[in-house]
Structure formats: structure tokens, C-alpha cells
Design a protein around this ligand. Structure first.
Ligand code: FE2
Length: 280
């Protein structure tokens, strides 16, 4: 589903950042690698140290090919949650490169090869770039989001998608709402990388919930054009998602009225949206 036809995007983070923020940091190179049918792995490379990391290990072969193409050697693997489509490449990558494997401590018994379990209180960095671990349970109970605070980049795995959110497999609606709310509270210019290319499918649901939302209509057109051209729709930003993603907009009077949930708490509106999306 939603094949990207081998498209690989290389973004210089400095092109996405404000001049003030760039001046405080060394540049990271970022490569978005399509894996399996609709997963993404994201390569991060810091030039001066030569250190390279990958966020989620969906497919060892795709990740090895992406690294070889750039002449990069993998030092670190960061895992968002235990699902196989995010972890299947760990063993081969770890054996081939000797990379460390960081992932949620709460799922240590479900992620084979983990070398470092993290929680919200873990001090973490990649090549000197600070990483805040945000616990975002709901899709799975131990799911974490990695927020690179120096760079304003968030890797949200299967918790927040562009124009959508992950299915609630292990938690409940209130837990998942609290998790997406933590991500929504990040700086508006944060670049968000998600675990899957689901945006086009999500856009079709989103527009049924808020057909009058002008920002959403414009985003749907952008997404359709990008996918028709075989391009990824990521990264998105927190500001863009706040304006267009129905799962971050349960306070919208329009949405509440559409669902007949005027006066309901945000988590309840969010949960209803998730149930409707499951049936869409
Ligand atoms: Fe997942």
C-alpha cells in the first residue's frame, strides 16, 4: 500500500531551521528511507563526528542500502516501540555494524537485542544533540517519542501520524489522547517524522470530519500532489498538524457538533474520532 517507488529524500536540516537555532548547532543530515510497504526508517548523520543513527529498524536491507549509498556506518539504533515492522532489522544491523540499540525500557522484554532501555528521565543524546524521551503509550504501552530538542525534530513512531494517529492496541483512548497531547505541546516549528506513510489515507478521513477547514483542504491538495509524484509527505510540523489533524483538534466546536459531543471532554472526542477512523 502507498509505495514510494524507491524514493529517498535527503534534507539538510539547516534548510528547515530558523537562523537562530542553526547558529547554535552543528548540522545533521537526515535521510528518509521507505521500508517494507509503507514504513519509514530515518537516518541521521552528524558530519564532524561521523556518527550515524537510524530511527526504527523496519528492514535491515533497506537501511544497509541507504547507509552504503551515503558511505555512512551505523552507530546507533533508536526504537520507538516493539512492533515487528519497527524492529525486524535490529539483529542484522547490530551484528553487521556493532550498533547500540536504544528503546523503551518498558518494552525491554519484547525488543530482542536492546542494549539500553530508556524512560522519560533518561539523559540521552546523539553526537552531542540532546534527545528528550517522551513516553507516549497507547499504541503500545511502552511507546516512546524521541524529541531532538536542539534540532526541533520529533520522531513519533506510530503515536502521531500526519493528519492522523496510531491505532490504540494496548492502551485506551484517554491514555492515547494524553500521549498525542504531549507531542502537540512541542514547539510549533518542530519537524515531525512518523513511522508510516499514511497521510493520503488519513487525509480522506480528516476531510470528512472538517470539510470546511481551509488549511486542511490545502493540505489535502498538497498530499495528493506529493503522492501522485511518488514523494513522501513527511516531515510535517506541529503547527501544520494543529491546524489540520482532527485528532489534535477535539476542542473544535465544529468537530464536537459534527459528532454530537458538545460539552464532552477532549479525550472522549478524540476516542470517538479514533473509533470512526477504525471503521472508515
Ligand atoms: Fe506499531
Amino acid at each position: 500500500m502507498l509505495e514510494i517507488a524507491g524514493c529517498v529524500v535527503l534534507l539538510r536540516l539547516t534548510q528547515l531551521m530558523s537562523p537562530t537555532r542553526v547558529s547554535r548547532m552543528r548540522a545533521l543530515d537526515i535521510a528518509l528511507l521507505p521500508c517494507l510497504s509503507d514504513n519509514y526508517a530515518v537516518l541521521l548523520h552528524e558530519k564532524s563526528s561521523g556518527e550515524t543513527a537510524v530511527i526504527d529498524a523496519s528492514s535491515a536491507s533497506a537501511i544497509k542500502a541507504g547507509l552504503t549509498e551515503r558511505g555512512w556506518k551505523l552507530n546507533h539504533i533508536f526504537i520507538t516501540h516493539h512492533h515487528t515492522d519497527h524492529t525486524a532489522g535490529i539483529a542484522e544491523l547490530k551484528a553487521f555494524y556493532g550498533a547500540s540499540v536504544t528503546g523503551p525500557d518498558a518494552e525491554a522484554d519484547r525488543i530482542t537485542g536492546l542494549t539500553r532501555g530508556v524512560t522519560a528521565s533518561t539523559k540521552l543524546d546523539f553526537a552531542g544533540h540532546a534527545i528528550n524521551v517522551i513516553e507516549t503509550p497507547g499504541h503500545t504501552l511502552g511507546h516512546v517519542t524521541y524529541f531532538f530538542s536542539d534540532d526541533a525534530i520529533a520522531f513519533t513512531g506510530d503515536t502521531l501520524f500526519s493528519l492522523g494517529c496510531g491505532r490504540i492496541f494496548e492502551g485506551d483512548g484517554q491514555m492515547m489522547w494524553e500521549s498525542v497531547s504531549k507531542i502537540a505541546a512541542l514547539p510549533g516549528d518542530t519537524n515531525v517524522y512518523c513511522g508510516h506513510e499514511y497521510t493520503l489515507n488519513n487525509s480522506r478521513f480528516a476531510i470528512t470530519i472538517e470539510p470546511e477547514n481551509e488549511a486542511l483542504k490545502a493540505r489535502v491538495a498538497e498530499v495528493e500532489a506529493a503522492r501522485a509524484a511518488g514523494k513522501p509527505t513527511l516531515p510535517t510540523t506541529i503547527d501544520a498538524e494543529l491546524a489540520t489533524n482532527p485528532f489534535l483538534r477535539p476542542r473544535s466546536r465544529t468537530i464536537k457538533a459534527r459528532l454530537g459531543l458538545q460539552g464532552a471532554p477532549d479525550w472522549e472526542v478524540f476516542t470517538r474520532l479514533r473509533l470512526l477512523k477504525n471503521k472508515a
